[in-house]
Design a protein around this ligand. Structure first.
Ligand code: ZN
Length: 204
């Protein structure tokens, strides 16, 4: 059972009485697209073209951390082909999960059997996480610009928080103060046990 919108909102007001939280670190990222110009929020200048950056696992200086082994403390569920992990601690959204292949593959490289498994696991996860009390929606995202080892993101957002919708939920994950760890761990356990109903092993 994730926190209700009322509980999240009350926690935010403890940090900021008008509901305006501090700017998270992502404002410093070079890909952050906004700046303040003449007192208003405006797009940053588009940088000139440059060579594509090598991702982790492609750059000899940055070997693939997934192939080096997943941190067992972060594994929620696993089977022969897949590993589901969390980020190690609660964040602003009630639940953020990552599904990885065991093998070093990129999206587009999965054979039909693995792609079919991906569809089934994704569908189950969205259903399981979305059924937790307090969850309004589960967003599924694949970017793959940082690491070359297949990983799919699952972002669960709180039900009834009108600011936290669509792709902006990802930013709110960094903006909102993290929720209680016991609630987060109980939800991870529920997800792990329910996903293991179809096979694999629950680890959370
Ligand atoms: Zn890898």
């Amino acid at each position: 059972m994730a926190e209700s919108a009322e509980q999240v909102h009350a926690r935010v007001l403890q940090h900021a009485s008008d509901g305006r939280l501090p700017m998270p670190d992502l404002g410093e990222w070079d890909v952050f697209p906004w700046e303040v110009r003449e007192g208003a929020v405006a797009p940053r200048a588009l940088r000139p073209p440059e060579a594509e950056r090598l991702r982790e696992g492609e750059d000899p200086a940055r070997p693939c951390s997934s192939c080096a082994g997943f941190d067992p403390e972060r594994v929620v569920w696993e089977d022969e082909h897949w590993v589901l992990t969390h980020l190690g601690e609660p964040s602003g959204l009630p639940l953020v999960l990552m599904l990885h292949t065991r093998e070093h593959l990129d999206m587009g490289d999965l054979d039909d059997d693995l792609a079919s498994e991906l569809g089934r696991i994704t569908n189950r996860l969205v259903r399981i996480v979305g059924a937790l009390d307090g969850i309004g929606r589960v967003h599924v995202n694949r970017w793959g610009d940082g690491g070359s080892h297949f990983h799919l993101w699952f972002f669960a957002r709180t039900e009834g928080l009108a600011s936290v919708l669509g792709s902006y939920a990802v930013e709110w994950d960094a903006i909102l103060p993290p929720g209680p760890e016991d609630v987060w761990r109980a939800d991870l356990h529920t997800v792990a046990v329910k996903l293991a109903n179809w096979g694999g092993t629950a680890r959370a």
